[in-house]
Design a protein around this ligand. Structure first.
Ligand code: SF4
Length: 219
């Protein structure tokens, strides 16, 4: 197992920064307001970060408050956010979500209130809490789930179980950076199907490396 430490997270971040993981520029682009973070997170489900970033930019160029975005209507929003995955469904969710935020006067800052919004599940709520309100959370998406298991940090078979295991391994101050670092690592090095183990700084310590290196040697 690769020892899970904050220092390791820092090393990974330094290692992948020159590879320009899309998640880094995506997260820079959405930092402008809690509303932009919330809407971008909703759009990002099953969509590449670059596509989400461009879709959110088009949407926020057309309207930039919850009330004015809701007033655009689902059809216009669908045109603006295309080609994000499930863009028609997400356009309707953006309208519903912005109506609620406009009525409340602000983006909610609790897990319970975020989960009550259309299109927002636990992973998305964790991301919003971390990005918009600096609440220590670990959003377990497909990259975090896969890499945590490859590195021997987690055995859980659900995102919630993996989140619990990771929370026991890392101090709360590092929970939020864990998501961004592992997502970036998963986009550039420890990719889903053919991880770049030969070029990986963890290859000598990673329990999964042997299997992948054997597979690539037989090709
Ligand atoms: S050695 Fe391979 S499987 Fe292990 S973390 Fe690196 S890229 Fe992923």
């Amino acid at each position: 197992m690769v020892r899970p430490t904050p220092q390791l997270l820092r090393q990974l971040r330094v290692f992948i920064t020159p590879l320009q993981p899309p998640v880094f520029s995506f997260e820079r682009s959405i930092r402008s307001s809690p509303l932009r973070i919330l809407v971008s997170v909703l759009l990002s489900a099953r969509t590449k970060d670059q596509v989400t970033e461009q879709a959110a930019s088009r949407l926020f160029a057309a309207a930039d408050t919850a009330a004015t975005i809701a007033a655009l209507g689902a059809e216009r929003i669908a045109t603006l956010i295309f080609p994000v995955g499930f863009y028609r469904q997400k356009a309707r969710q953006v309208v519903g979500l912005c109506q609620r935020v406009a009525a409340a006067g602000r983006v909610p800052d609790t897990m319970e209130a975020l989960l009550a919004l259309p299109g927002i599940g636990p992973k998305s709520a964790n991301l919003v809490l971390a990005q918009a309100f600096a609440v220590p959370t670990i959003a377990v998406d497909t990259h975090v789930f896969r890499i945590s298991r490859r590195l021997g940090w987690a055995r859980g078979t659900t995102p919630a179980a993996v989140e619990d295991e990771l929370k026991r391994l890392f101090p709360p101050a590092h929970w939020s950076e864990l998501n961004q670092t592992l997502v970036g690592f998963g986009q550039t090095v420890c990719t889903p199907r053919h991880p770049h183990c030969r070029a990986c700084l963890l290859a000598r310590r990673c329990p999964a490396a042997g299997e992948f290196l054997k597979k690539s040697a037989t090709k």
